[in-house]
Ligand binder design. Structure first.
Ligand SMILES: N[C@@H](CCC(=O)N[C@@H](CS)C(=O)NCC(=O)O)C(=O)O
Length: 212
């Protein structure tokens, strides 16, 4: 059995990013599901792993790590797969693209934020759907413009997948889940489609747990 354990949730896009990175490395890992709907992320056991009460958590190389982008950078620094380019300007751009999704879009659309929003209004579901359309729609429209850049290649940065692509694909998955109109975002769709055809991305795609 693998020593590497990913505590994740099938629909968590931050977990999806890390699953892609681990698959890209061919790293053998065991996934342990933390059921966000059952609030298992707030259990004493999980809070001991991550006091923030969030997934993913990665137990690897004798360390317990949180924060998906910090995890991906650790994997890059210890395994050298090129998830970030070698040059500082390229690294800045890959981080910029990754943060545009992880820190601007995802941070305000996360399960805990939405659950709180829904307690504050009469029609929680309508508010949630409008919120998702607004923040994912505006965020991906800005991302489309960021991709209008000479360093964009067949992927977000250059011609091989980087951390930015690991962020984009889960965000596009979420956009579809919430019926956000992405039809006017040709670069986003083109790159996401190319990534989704790669086995490491396809294998990381959210799969509902099967009933036992
Ligand atoms: N910045 C964190 C975000 C982690 C995060 O928001 N995870 C969500 C799932 S995608 C979560 O655990 N939500 C549970 C909650 O809000 O209670 C990362 O990139 O790892």
């Amino acid at each position: 059995m693998s020593d590497t354990v990913l505590f994740d949730y099938w629909r968590s896009s931050a977990s999806y990013r890390v699953r892609i990175a681990l698959n890209m490395l061919g790293e053998d890992f065991r996934a342990v599901s933390i059921d966000l709907l059952a609030k298992s992320q707030k259990s004493e056991e999980h809070l001991a792993r991550n006091p923030q009460g969030l997934v993913p958590v990665l137990d690897i190389d004798g360390h317990v790590f949180t924060q998906s982008l910090a995890i991906i950078e650790y994997l890059d620094e210890t395994r050298h797969p090129g998830f970030l380019p070698a040059d500082p300007v390229g690294r800045q751009r890959v981080r910029q693209l990754s943060y545009a999704i992880a820190m601007e879009i995802h941070a305000v659309c996360n399960t805990g934020v939405i659950a709180e929003l829904m307690t504050l209004v009469d029609d929680g579901e309508a508010a949630r759907d409008a919120w998702m359309r607004k923040f994912i729609g505006d965020g991906l429209a800005a991302f489309e413009k960021l991709l209008d850049h000479p360093a964009t290649g067949t992927f977000c940065h250059g011609d091989a997948p980087t951390m930015a692509d690991f962020c984009l694909v889960p965000q596009v998955y979420n956009a579809r889940r919430w019926n956000v109109d992405v039809s006017g975002l040709p670069r986003v769709l083109d790159i996401a489609g190319r990534c989704e055809a790669i086995a490491a991305f396809a294998k990381a795609r959210p799969n509902p747990p099967t009933a036992h």
